[in-house]
Write a protein that binds this ligand. Structure first.
Ligand code: ACM
Length: 546
């Protein structure tokens, strides 16, 4: 039935029988299913025009929802089952989350138009008789959106939560701060957004590009925006993991509060929010005052992102050049005072401090794999981005890991080698390459593999200035990624990519069309998806853009 991600078990009636809905189907919602019933009425109701009134006593419901904890014991807490026969459809979930993923399958079974926000005239709805039993392979099925380099306004974030949910993905990692912008309101430090949330101009294309966009760029989420995003996501069983990147990638914060920088080495009062891309040497000063400042930031953040939503708080930790610390008398004195091993030890001290600080507040720290350098903090989890090695080392040492190797699942990287690919970045990573991505590296012991929570695709936005460009990079590859983290696929080389492509062509591109997603078509970019003359950054050693 062209489901993506493919379910574990799906058996459909060989005779092709279907259950045909009348104009006003009835809904039967068992105890504990109220949240999913509400979404079903709102979202399927919008597409079909149904109001889905509750079936009264003795009346047969066309759509029946129930919780089935036994199914959870067999197949895990996110599992669900669907049965369609002559009496209608029954959706059973091990938990409200399982039920919600079942609802996504139901929507796919109804056809692409079930993703529209209003009914098309004369449309009739039916479901194939059959049975589905399904559950995810991994508990962490994520997408990271970099909303710092180019801001994605709130409605765009809510839309991405819908897109994640439609693909049974359940983690949205928001990269909220970087050199080029600070995107979350922090009430006790208002200049973080007052100054840090915008830049005067942006380089157009990657570093080698001579072009500039002279229009100021900016935006940020108010605390109420964040509460809305988190609640919207929670209703859809998507966890939002916030990232505040320290101690590198911090020029926007330093531009707002120059005392956060290494003031004995650079005149930080002259710094502005960065208008260029790359790794920036203006990093935080390793002082108690800076640590206190960021504790204040994290205090507000913890209130906005409750532990029930995500125990994890991402502290970045990547790409922190040590030149300023080497040159700074203050930093060198800190190294002596703390008795740590040079500048790497200083970075490790910074991360360890927040590991303890978060743990004391019932939270867990996660950071990019550089946090392994200088010794990993005891409770920390790792986002393994520079390949698998960091993730393997962390998992072997008993730390939890999210696999997101840049060689496989960085969606800012170009998806074909053609010259028409817009602002080509990095390696060529085609839809098929992503389909053959394997989150568990073969050399990992079973014990260590149990520490791989799952995987996420990362979308960095230096050269993607708006939603249309982000859509182009993310889709259709996120559909392949979703199948990798949800379904039980064979080993990478055994995977039947033609089968996946067939389902994409038969149904999933149609679903994305109905959802209004500006994906890369299989034949290459449409004229308006190209960016002729804007230079990217093909990976070193990778074939040129031919
Ligand atoms: C990263 O790509 N710097 C995590």
């Amino acid at each position: 039935m062209d489901l993506i991600p493919a379910p574990q078990v799906a058996v459909f009636d060989e005779g092709g029988r279907r259950y045909a809905f009348g104009p006003e189907p009835l809904l039967g919602a068992g105890p504990g299913t109220e949240g999913v019933a509400r979404l079903l009425r709102r979202e399927l109701g919008a597409a079909t025009g149904w109001s889905l009134p509750a079936a009264g006593p003795g009346a047969a419901a066309d759509v029946r929802l129930r919780l089935d904890p036994e199914c959870g014991e067999r197949m895990g807490h996110e599992s669900y089952g669907i049965t369609v026969d002559g009496t209608g459809v029954e959706l059973a979930g091990a938990s409200p989350a399982g039920l919600f993923w079942g609802l996504q399958t139901l929507r796919q079974l109804l056809g692409p138009d079930a993703y529209r926000k209003a009914p098309l005239p004369g449309r009739a709805w039916s479901l194939p008789h059959g049975r589905i039993a399904d559950s995810p392979r991994f508990g962490w099925r994520g997408l990271m959106l970099d909303v710092a380099r180019h801001f994605l306004p709130k409605d765009g974030v809510l839309r991405y939560i819908d897109l994640l949910a439609a693909h049974k993905l359940n983690v949205l990692h928001l990269h909220l701060t970087d050199d080029q912008g600070w995107r979350v309101e922090i009430k006790r430090h208002p200049r973080l957004t007052g100054v840090g949330a915008w830049r005067a101009r942006s380089r157009r294309g990657h570093r080698a590009s001579p072009l500039w966009n002279e229009t100021p760029h900016g935006g940020y989420y108010t605390q109420d925006d964040i509460r809305e995003i988190v609640a919207y996501a929670a209703e859809r069983h998507v966890r939002v993991v916030p990232e505040i990147d320290v101690p590198g990638h911090s020029q926007a914060a330093i531009a707002a509060y120059p005392e956060l920088g290494n003031t004995d080495v650079v005149d930080t009062s002259a710094l502005e929010v960065w208008d260029d891309w790359g790794i920036n040497e203006n990093v935080l000063a390793p002082t108690e005052a800076v640590v206190r400042f960021y504790e204040g930031v994290f205090e507000e953040l913890l209130e906005l992102f409750p532990a029930e939503v995500s125990p994890f708080v991402h502290v970045g930790g990547d790409e922190c050049p040590k030149e300023q610390w080497k040159a700074s008398a203050v930093a060198q004195e800190r190294i002596r005072e703390l008795g740590v091993d040079g500048e790497d030890g200083l970075q490790s001290w910074f991360i360890r401090h927040f590991d303890t600080w978060l743990a004391e507040r019932g939270r867990r720290l996660i950071g990019w794999d550089e946090i392994l350098e200088g010794g990993l903090a005891p409770g920390a989890a790792v986002s393994s981005w520079r390949g698998y090695a960091g993730g393997i080392a962390a998992a072997e040492a008993g730390h939890d890991v999210v696999m997101c190797p840049e060689q496989q699942v960085y969606l800012d990287h170009r998806q074909a080698g053609g010259a028409e690919e817009p602002v080509p970045i990095g390696y060529v990573r085609s839809l098929e390459d992503v389909y053959r991505f394997e989150p568990i590296p073969p050399k990992l012991s079973a014990e260590a593999a149990a520490h791989v929570l799952g995987a996420q695709a990362n979308m960095w936005t230096e050269v993607t200035e708006d939603q249309a460009r982000v859509d182009y990079q993310v889709f259709p590859r996120l559909a392949a990624f979703a199948e990798v983290v949800w379904s039980r696929l064979p080993e990478p080389e055994e995977r039947d990519f033609a089968w996946f492509e067939g389902r994409m062509a038969a149904a999933h591109y149609g679903r994305l069309d109905a959802l209004g997603v500006g994906y890369r078509p299989p034949g290459g970019p449409l004229p308006w998806q190209r960016r002729p003359g804007v230079l990217g950054r093909p990976a070193e050693g990778a074939p040129p853009n031919v």
